[in-house]
Ligand binder design. Sequence first.
Ligand SMILES: Nc1ncnc2c1ncn2[C@@H]1O[C@H](COP(=O)(O)OP(=O)(O)OP(=O)(O)O)[C@@H](O)[C@H]1O
Length: 751
Amino acid sequence: MSMEKPPLASGLARTRSEQLYETVAADIRSPHGSMDANGVPATAPAAVGGGGTLSRKSSRRLMGMSPGRSSGAGTHIRKSRSAQLKLELEEVSSGAALSRASSASLGLSFSFTGFAMPPEEISDSKPFSDDEMIPEDIEAGKKKPKFQAEPTLPIFLKFRDVTYKVVIKKLTSSVEKEILTGISGSVNPGEVLALMGPSGSGKTTLLSLLAGRISQSSTGGSVTYNDKPYSKYLKSKIGFVTQDDVLFPHLTVKETLTYAARLRLPKTLTREQKKQRALDVIQELGLERCQDTMIGGAFVRGVSGGERKRVSIGNEIIINPSLLLLDEPTSGLDSTTALRTILMLHDIAEAGKTVITTIHQPSSRLFHRFDKLILLGRGSLLYFGKSSEALDYFSSIGCSPLIAMNPAEFLLDLANGNINDISVPSELDDRVQVGNSGRETQTGKPSPAAVHEYLVEAYETRVAEQEKKKLLDPVPLDEEAKAKSTRLKRQWGTCWWEQYCILFCRGLKERRHEYFSWLRVTQVLSTAVILGLLWWQSDIRTPMGLQDQAGLLFFIAVFWGFFPVFTAIFAFPQERAMLNKERAADMYRLSAYFLARTTSDLPLDFILPSLFLLVVYFMTGLRISPYPFFLSMLTVFLCIIAAQGLGLAIGAILMDLKKATTLASVTVMTFMLAGGFFVKKVPVFISWIRYLSFNYHTYKLLLKVQYQDFAVSINGMRIDNGLTEVAALVVMIFGYRLLAYLSLRQMKIVT
Ligand SMILES: Nc1ncnc2c1ncn2[C@@H]1O[C@H](COP(=O)(O)OP(=O)(O)OP(=O)(O)O)[C@@H](O)[C@H]1O
């Protein structure tokens, strides 16, 4: 970046990415460094040893050279992979370094062993300490580091003149809103890019866009990954941590990460290896102490906010992503935990990953940890470059803090157009005096709009063009490596059946508390007992008794039609956020999820009605014989599954609980009224509605089971062979589910 002021001494130090370019270039040139179709080097990660043995002394010396890292007067000995990477820079010309580069160079290995932080900064550093992460014998070349994931493809991300517009529909018209305007920049493996800006400036939008989560039709400009456009293949190489932690509240930390590992890691790993990876991530993130604690949510006490955020990050780093994007990973965390999180991102970057994070208001300690910075204001670019040079740049355009200020606070004030305690450039002052009064606030200071306009213009005229030119430089990867990012094929972690099994078990675990909810059991059993008492040993030898018992059968049909609809409508709207997140990451096929979600509730759906029917059947004196008992039970099951189908369909179509409950109550009421008990003479033009009612078919089947031996018609209902009713219920079971599935397919993945 060209600036009027010379860059600070720290800015002269090469960034980690610049140093690492050389390593990757050496690696790619190296015969050992060629990658296979999966972006995996042809050689297995070389054992650390032989000529490449990392000596503690050299490691210490190299850490001293690391820009942006204070070594604490040599007391903080960093023994992480980053040190190993840096050592390679020194040794790159030697054969030993080249052979080791094939496994450990930029982007080709993933091992962020611990979270280095100067001890003077954080006292309680135990969970993040890397002191024990790489034992002595690793340095001696005997053992691999604790966490050694398979190598990945490095991703060089460039974006040029990115724009994003949305159309906001109003009652009579629609308005176009520009959310991002002409944003350009780049981030390389080994770097952490921070996106900063006031609330609503477009950080999340830009992050989603860079993650490939916004449809290209509404965006302008170009975003390239290794100089190639986005492809579905990249989904499995990109980790995206959303601002809100979307996790299942009733799963423990270990269960959450183990299921993520089993679903997302490639088929080439065994189940045991995947479990081990989850345990490694737990250790890396310092989550051992809470690994068996439930995540928790609004109604369940669980892990702390910081731990939950780390689980969210773990969910993404478990796949060993080449590009990791995080939306406000530090919001809501105390400053120490926030710093730990950012240090962790550094370690991830140092393992050769490209890291982008939005950040709201970092402390000055955090601010200095970022390699690059993008400052946004009202969707426009106010600064892109090294974060260490940001203050120099703004002072070069006449904006400097007048009092001692956290640099992040200063930048955010500027981006907000708030120039209290900030020196105003004379150019801006002149403009205000010459310009109209609207550009000036009552205090005589330029308005926020005028400040914004000045900053955008200053960046455009002084920096933007040179930065854009830099984007034209080809990335230091050979064509073969670049081509890997353009492969169109998605990569599923596991086969369909395994996805189904994992999702089924996960569903059972997440809802286990519902299955054994005493409230629900009490609700069903007390209803059964009340029915049993009201219809106690009912006598059907009189017409009145028969009529009474028919009423009981109708109530059973209504009760088991009503109950499942209202439980099932919650299924998809409640899991919408999770479904969105997991489908955006291509974790599983929708069909596997759908089937697992709809079948994992079945055990409960059979236990409770069975208990209910046992109580009611014998208390009320229905036909005591195994055959009618089991047929009645089967009829109730058919009714439950059909009713559930309707609930699932309504939930999936509307995806909104309020709307879904309203529609469900109207539908259920209509079906109940058309069920054949309350009204017998229905006008012809509306009589067809009964055929849609599962209550009607269930009632007819229950009547048949009880009275087929001595009656042809009961209560105006003809008793026939019952095949039509069974067929109608079966059609409903599949039809409603198909409708629900198709609606989910149509659902847009919102990011
Ligand atoms: N689909 C959309 N429809 C309408 N407005 C949108 C849409 N997406 C984003 N916006 C608007 O774009 C602006 C930027 O939103 P974005 O969420 O990217 O901001 P942000 O910088 O991440 O804010 P915060 O820090 O508060 O999360 C906001 O004003 C938001 O309301």
